[in-house]
Design a protein around this ligand. Structure first.
Ligand code: BDR
Ligand code: CA
Length: 322
């Protein structure tokens, strides 16, 4: 079944692959890309989104809207130590390309209010834009068909601190707003799900390299840049929580275990800022989200390989894409 989706992204590394899923999967119509402050500099994220559109030969087909350039109440924190420029050093000339003049939050509000119950949102960065949309339009939460969030950890380790995953850490107040909104939410957490089921080790990366298409080379270049960092923290491969989020929305059959949870995010402590308390149904708390617990990891990998096999050539030249 085809889904009409918006991807809200801090475009670097796996965000690029999530955009490819939204652009290339036949079950997806990508209505808009909205940008939020997160992984790397805002302008660089916008560049990476346009470059990904070009890699998929879809430049000009999908609007890119600039959203919030910092979290609701806090200073922006980046993950440039993990992602570098988020594009593996590739570069594309943006001359003649411009994002939409409409703000990302306004685009979210407009598209959802014009199409009540029709739009699925995939949020793969800090939740600032989504929280702003909820605050701006009191019907937004009820009119979104579903929200798939990459964030938090399900009683597992964090990645930016021992307690917290990056997206929730950057804007915990936004996460609090979103989990309190009543929206239909599915969470794709960092641990244990991503670490168990969405890390591509050397064998898988070699299989992708063998595909040989420009899209596969794009994947290799964008993702390989994080390998040294991953290894330094004991992860032996590239991590794919963002593309997994898009994939489970479009292909729920990939999910092998999912349960109702009550999810609360810590916004007042310094020590545990952004920690996600995911209560699995035994603490007398109302569920406010479904949390994905495991997926068919081979099925997910096969989907990515299938999408990367499409024989597209970039719309515009990408320097460094060998
Ligand atoms: C999340 O943080 C970002 O660095 C990734 O893009 C992903 O969305 C993982 O914690
Ligand atoms: Ca992201």
């Amino acid at each position: 079944m085809t889904r009409r989706i918006i991807i809200d992204t801090d475009t670097a590394q796996d965000d690029c692959i999530a955009l490819l899923v939204g652009l290339l999967d036949p079950d997806s119509t990508l209505e808009a890309i909205t940008m939020v402050a997160g992984n790397v500099g805002f302008a660089r994220q916008v560049h990476n989104a346009f470059m990904t559109l070009s890699a998929a030969d879809r430049l000009g087909d999908v609007p890119v809207h600039l959203g919030c350039e910092r979290p609701l109440t806090r200073e922006w924190i980046s993950a440039e130590n993990v992602h570098g420029d988020g594009a593996g050093g590739m570069h594309m000339d943006l001359a003649g390309l411009a994002p939409e003049s409409e703000h990302g939050v306004d685009a979210l509000v407009r598209l959802v209010s014009e199409n009540p119950g029709e739009i699925d949102v995939v949020a793969i960065g800090p939740l600032t834009n989504i929280a702003m949309a909820i605050v701006k339009d009191s019907t937004f939460a009820e009119n979104v068909r579903s929200l798939t969030i990459m964030g938090g950890s399900n009683n597992g380790r964090g990645n930016i601190t021992a307690a917290a995953e990056f997206n929730f850490f950057v804007d915990p107040e936004a996460a609090v707003t979103v989990f309190g909104s009543g929206m239909k939410i599915t969470v794709v957490p960092w641990a244990p799900l991503t670490l168990n089921d969405a890390v591509f080790g050397a064998d898988k990366l070699a299989q992708i390299a063998k595909i040989g298409t420009p899209l596969a080379r794009f994947f290799t270049k964008v993702c390989a840049a994080t390998l040294d960092f991953d290894e330094s923290v004991g992860i032996f491969g590239t991590t794919h929580p963002d593309s997994l989020s898009a994939a489970v929305l479009l292909h729920p059959e990939l999910i092998t275990s999912v349960s109702d949870y009550n999810v609360q995010v810590e916004a007042s402590s310094d020590l545990t800022r952004g920690y996600s308390a995911m209560s699995w149904g035994v603490h007398d708390l109302e569920p406010n989200a479904q949390v994905v617990e495991s997926v068919d990891s081979e099925g997910f990998f096969d989907l990515i390989c299938k999408l990367l096999s499409a024989p597209t050539s970039p719309y515009r030249e990408i320097a460094g894409l060998l």
